[in-house]
Structure formats: structure tokens, C-alpha cells
Design a protein around this ligand. Structure first.
Ligand SMILES: [Zn+2]
Length: 279
């Protein structure tokens, strides 16, 4: 089992939004920000090769279709994922599975791409034509019928071509994708977020998605204002962290621009980052 983290690009988010009710005097000690409270966030993706023919991509960043509409976020250092995968010996056609933790724009934007037709018209095509695309049914329903808080985070253009191609696989509950890769569901940030659990010979890596987006979010009370159900987020984080501490699992932080991965520990009922890992 081979795991590689890929930073697909970075953007700016408001630190107040990222840390919700936590005062800046507290969060600014744990995450850098500029004078306007702007924090730099990564958009991290994971490439998993199981050694048995499965090539799995987890999340794929914001892509390039909606950058104008999303200019508020000041994206930078965006990589062309196709070139990035190629440099790692993987063609888009080789990808067997795309796992989308959830369908907010910063996680699934590269799932489809615009292709210019001979008549000058644009056609949206799936970027990974042979891949099964894994999404939870709860997330898919929420995507099709979003609540007011999440509506602006969803773009139908990111997923319509996948749905039309018949390559969308909706899961209702925790599911094994292949031996060593389990897809587990967590609510709170958004309904039915998938956290892939990837087990190598060394340990299990948890791609925590927006359940725990930053190393600074390991404290269960440090909940983003983007989470639609914060009390649920709190309980779900504890569920993830209890297991991660007892089984020495490593958490991959999808949005942390400074810490990509770490184990966690529990000291006197407080969860904290333990050993950071350069993945
Ligand atoms: Zn999200």
C-alpha cells in the first residue's frame, strides 16, 4: 500500500470562520494569520496505490472551472492535477477510484473539466473516465437539495458528467473499497462526509476531510463556523479521535498548510497533536 499526499493548491480563508467561537487570541497562537485574519489553507489530496491494481484518488481540490466566482478565496499555487499525477506515473485514465469526502467546491472541483469542441462550445467531461466515484448518498442528496448554508459551496458542473456517465457509486453506510481502504461516514460539517481509512504495513492513516481540517482543529471544541451541525461535529470528532489515539492512527489534515499529518494523543481528557509526520 503506497500513500502519497498531493497539495493541489492553496487559498485564503477567514480565521474567524475556520475557528468559529474560539477567540483569535487563542487560535492565532496555533495557526498563522495576516492582519485581516486571513489564513492560508491547503487543498490536499491523497493518491493511494494498493499494489493490486487499485489506484485511488481522494479529493482533488478546487479545479479551475469556478475560480472567477470564487475570487474571494484568492487561490494560489494551483497545480494541474493531470500533470502532477503524470509525474508520479499515473495517467487520469489509470485511476480506478475517486473518493470524494464531500462535494464542497474545494474538494471536488477537478472531477470534471471543460473541453473545447470543434464548434467552439465547451463540454464538461469527467477527468477520470474509468474511475468509480464514491460519494455518500446523504451527501449526494444534500448536494442536489442543499440547505441555505451550503448552497454556495456546491456546483452541479463538478458532478453532472459523473452522474451521466454512470460512474457514481453512492454508499449508505461504512464500506470497504478494497482490502486496506475503508470508507467511514461522519456527520456534522455536512451530511455523510466520507473519511477514508487507509492501512499500510506501518499504520492506519485517516484522511479526516473537514471533520478535522487542521492540526489546530484536533481540540473537539475548535469547530469551524462552516459546520452545519456543530454539536454533531463535536461528537463525531471525539468518535474519530478516541479511536485514533487508542489505535495510534495518523490523521491527515486536508486543509493545514503547515502540518500535513500527525498522530494524536489524549492527555487528561484533552486531545492534542502528538508526532508530526512528513508524508
Ligand atoms: Zn467542506
Amino acid at each position: 500500500m503506497d500513500i502519497q499526499l498531493i497539495d493541489t493548491g492553496f487559498f485564503h480563508a477567514d480565521g474567524g470562520a475556520m475557528f468559529g467561537a474560539i477567540p483569535k487570541t487563542a487560535w492565532s497562537r496555533r495557526y498563522p494569520s495576516d492582519e485581516q485574519n486571513g489564513c492560508i489553507l491547503a487543498m490536499r489530496s491523497v493518491l493511494v496505490r494498493d499494489g493490486n491494481g487499485r489506484i485511488i484518488l481522494v479529493d482533488n481540490g478546487a479545479g479551475n472551472k469556478h475560480l472567477k466566482q470564487l475570487s474571494y478565496y484568492k487561490f494560489f499555487d494551483l497545480v494541474d492535477l493531470k500533470d502532477e499525477l503524470q509525474s508520479r506515473g499515473v495517467a487520469c485514465e489509470d485511476v480506478t477510484d475517486v473518493v470524494l469526502t464531500h462535494l464542497h467546491f474545494d474538494h471536488c472541483g477537478y472531477t470534471t473539466q471543460k473541453e473545447v469542441q470543434p464548434d467552439g462550445k465547451h463540454l464538461l467531461k469527467t477527468t477520470f473516465p474509468n474511475a468509480t466515484h464514491w460519494v455518500s448518498r446523504a451527501q449526494w442528496e444534500n448536494f442536489l437539495h442543499p440547505n441555505a448554508l451550503e448552497a454556495d459551496s456546491y456546483f452541479i458542473e463538478n458532478m453532472q458528467a459523473v452522474c451521466d456517465s454512470g460512474k457514481l457509486r453512492l454508499i449508505e453506510s461504512d464500506t470497504t473499497l478494497c482490502p486496506g481502504v475503508d470508507l467511514r461516514l461522519f456527520d456534522g460539517h455536512t451530511p455523510g462526509q466520507i473519511a477514508p481509512y487507509i492501512t499500510t504495513s506501518e499504520r492506519t492513516y485517516v484522511f479526516a476531510g473537514d471533520v478535522i481540517p487542521l492540526a489546530a482543529s484536533v481540540s473537539p471544541l475548535w469547530i469551524s463556523a462552516y459546520d452545519t451541525c456543530p454539536v454533531v461535529s463535536y461528537n463525531e470528532k471525539i468518535r474519530m479521535l478516541e479511536e485514533a489515539t487508542s489505535k495510534k492512527q495518523a490523521i491527515i489534515y486536508c486543509h493545514d498548510a503547515y502540518t500535513r499529518c500527525s498522530t494524536v494523543k489524549k492527555v487528561n481528557d484533552f486531545f492534542t497533536v502528538d508526532q508530526k509526520e512528513q508524508k
